[in-house]
Design a protein around this ligand. Structure first.
Ligand code: SAH
Length: 205
């Protein structure tokens, strides 16, 4: 998976490739899909949500560039897989999930995995965690119509953000860095994520 799907597509960071090689993806997918855990695609994790394609997890991690001691915010815990990858590279990871069932399951999984530097929150992550901001990196793993201003505001000076932005049927992965107080964003590639539902995302029916 790491060589053929991730390194071959251009993810270079040895730290990211190392972390992707360390986290057992089969542990984060439903038991009946375990034999597909290392395939090149997203997989369902329940409640209509998905664990992202391994390449996408690696690319987003590389763009977020978490370093030792960094504080990272992830929106959309899902299975907990992206949080586990981030936890190997960062000092501390805060991750927010809106669905109680996924929040409970991923929290337990991350504890069993020994990801002691991950703190899981239940709630609408489209507003971020203003009481804990700023963050050195913000990773959004659900698509919003526009980059939520509340999340952009929680990126520290020198910090990075990566998020899928655009219509529900297809988004751009947007990456940015705050330097001199200004957050400069660029489009990286086209992608498709499940919707970010909440006050700063799509309306939550
Ligand atoms: N990062 C996950 C994949 C996320 S799928 C992994 O590694 O498995 C997107 C997740 O975002 C879903 O679990 C969905 O319930 C969650 N989500 C959608 N809107 C949200 C919101 N406003 N706040 C928090 N989580 C949200």
């Amino acid at each position: 998976m790491v060589l053929r799907q991730i390194a071959a597509r251009g993810v270079r960071s040895p730290a990211v490739l190392g972390a992707m090689g360390c986290v057992p993806r089969h542990f984060f997918v439903p038991a009946e899909l375990r034999d597909q855990a290392y395939e090149d695609r997203p997989l369902p994790v329940g409640r209509g949500q998905t664990i992202s394609q391994p390449y996408m997890v690696a690319l987003m991690t590389e763009l977020a560039a978490p370093g030792p001691g960094d504080r990272v915010l992830e929106i959309g815990t899902g299975s907990g897989y992206q949080a586990a990858v981030l936890s190997l590279l960062a000092g501390e990871v805060h991750t927010v999930e809106r669905l109680p069932e996924l929040f409970e399951a991923s929290r337990e999984r991350l504890a069993v995995m020994g990801c002691g530097n991950v703190r899981a929150f239940l709630g609408d992550g489209s507003a971020g965690l203003p009481g804990h901001a700023p963050y050195d990196a913000v990773v959004v793993t659900a698509g919003a119509p526009d980059l939520p201003e509340a999340l952009a505001a929680q990126v520290a000076e020198g910090g990075r953000i990566v998020a899928p932005v655009g219509p529900e049927d297809g988004q751009w992965l947007v990456a940015g860095e705050r330097t001199g107080g200004v957050l400069r964003l660029r489009r990286v590639l086209e992608c498709r994520f499940v919707p970010l539902l909440g006050v700063h995302g799509w309306p939550d029916a």
